[in-house]
Design a protein around this ligand. Structure first.
Ligand code: COA
Ligand code: MG
Length: 424
């Protein structure tokens, strides 16, 4: 989008879809930075939608909980997987159907308002079996749900999170209850909650947004789901995922921030793509400005990735990943990691490394090695370990990069990826 880097992240989108647990609050405490950032988003008139896979609570209850934490929110700003399930069934023309429900008030209310008729007790048949989080479920209900599915009821789940994070640890989540029914019947459920599409489709339908930003703390739900919709996303490091998890992820966010205040920063989007021969001059410029060698950039351009939001400002970041082969074994060398000085400290470096390490996995590399003189703490935070040169894979030790180009004083660092044979 034109000039997107000239505005704060939140202002580049027509709605912000926010995860709750681990992003806005953890149990009964607000996450640091959340209240201030969310109030500011509201003050600027930006559309917010809080999205939660938890189907047990109603939007009024969720909004009430947010208000108690100092975050003003309207029930209309809350989309639970229960509401998304009702909206999904509406889209599929299922209003008027009968449903046997495993779930609490949130899902029962939502289905009722959508014209689905809830059948309780021991019904002989039902059109649907809907499963959500139910802290009062018993064997009789699981048995009835299974029997109805065996008799042809369609199985729908609000979400399939295996666990539910509670104050004293993990409790069985909707996915664990669902597993009782799928294990019994072999049925394949339609799942609504993140990372599945129906939840995001309901969010788009509700807000009318066509270009939303998804914000969350989990790579496997928030970020993966956003990617499947082709939407941009911001990963906040206040919950489930840490910087190291990014190096194991195939679905990467557009931004990474320490908390929700990142939504108000002017960070350029990280859209790393393979470099082209026409990028050589820009890559050279970035590397020399960052104090790195630009020797041989043109020979490595095919192994280089770059990101640029604004032609005039030039490249925001670059990295190079060279496979080093020996027999059937592949190892990788990460080099030329650089971020334009004006946009450092905003997570672009982490995303450059994560994109490069993802390429290493595509090459089925066993390890990623690098040499650095000043950025060892940065790479250590991402899971690289300083090693003795003798611990590097032979193909890396013998590479031109190690043998000729690297200063004796540079620290060799290694990340194991777990592919291929152990023997180096
Ligand atoms: C190293 C470099 C790529 C990091 O990029 P960046 O976009 O600033 O990094 P991020 O914002 O993703 O950094 C994540 C964290 O690492 C920290 N960090 C960045 N550079 C660091 C360094 N050289 N040493 C220690 N920590 C560093 C950041 O402060 C940030 O920490 P925080 O989240 O706790 O505030 C960038 O500083 C750079 O281009 N340096 C010059 C070239 C270089 O040394 N490259 C590496 C050798 S190949
Ligand atoms: Mg979360």
């Amino acid at each position: 989008m034109d000039g997107e880097a000239e505005r704060p992240i939140a202002e580049r989108y027509d709605a912000i879809f926010l995860d709750l647990d681990g992003t806005v609050y953890r149990g009964d405490r607000a996450v640091a930075g959340a209240a201030g950032a969310l109030t500011e988003i509201r003050r600027r008139g930006l559309r917010r939608l809080f999205m939660t896979n938890n189907s047990s609570r109603t939007p009024d209850e969720v909004a009430g909980h947010l208000s108690q934490l100092g975050i003003e929110a309207e029930p209309g700003e809350v989309l639970t997987s229960a509401l998304a399930t009702a909206s999904f069934l509406g889209r599929e023309g299922r209003s008027g159907s009968t449903a046997f429900v495993i779930g609490e008030r949130g899902i029962r209310d939502a289905l009722g308002s959508a014209g689905v008729q809830i059948v309780d007790g021991e019904p002989e048949t039902a059109d649907l079996v809907v499963v959500g989080l139910d802290r009062f479920v018993d064997y009789g209900k699981l048995r009835r749900a299974s029997l109805l599915v065996e008799r042809g009821a369609r199985l729908v789940a609000t979400n399939d999170d295996g666990s539910y994070p509670a104050a004293d640890g993990l409790w069985p989540g909707a996915g664990a209850l669902l597993a009782a029914v799928t294990t019994t019947t072999g049925a394949t459920p339609s799942v609504v909650g993140k990372p599945a599409r129906p939840m995001f489709e309901a969010a788009a339908e509700w807000t009318g947004a066509t270009r939303p930003l998804v914000v969350g703390d989990r790579l496997d739900t928030d970020i993966r789901g956003a990617g499947a919709m082709d939407w941009d996303s911001l990963l906040v490091l206040t919950g489930a995922a840490g910087p190291r998890d990014l190096l194991a992820a195939d679905d990467l966010p557009t931004y990474v921030g320490s908390d929700l205040s990142a939504m108000l920063a002017m960070t350029p989007p990280a859209r790393f793509r393979p470099a082209r021969p026409s990028d050589v001059t820009a890559v050279r410029h970035l590397l020399t400005s960052a104090g790195l060698s630009a020797d041989g950039v043109e020979e490595r351009i095919e192994d280089t990735i770059v990101s640029m939001a604004d032609e005039e400002a030039g490249l925001d970041g670059a990295a190079c990943l060279e496979p080093a082969r020996r027999g059937r074994r592949v190892d990788a060398i990460l080099r030329s990691v650089a971020v334009r000085s004006e946009v450092r400290g905003k997570g672009l470096g982490i995303l450059a490394v994560a994109s490069a390490v993802r390429m290493a996995r595509w090459h089925r590399a066993s390890t990623v090695s690098l040499f650095t003189t000043s950025a060892a703490p940065f790479f250590e935070r991402l899971g690289f370990r300083p090693v003795d040169r003798r611990e590097l894979p032979a193909s890396v030790r013998e590479s031109r990069h190690a043998a000729e180009e690297c200063a004796e004083s540079a620290t060799p660092m290694l990340l194991r990826l777990g592919h291929g044979p152990d023997q180096m």
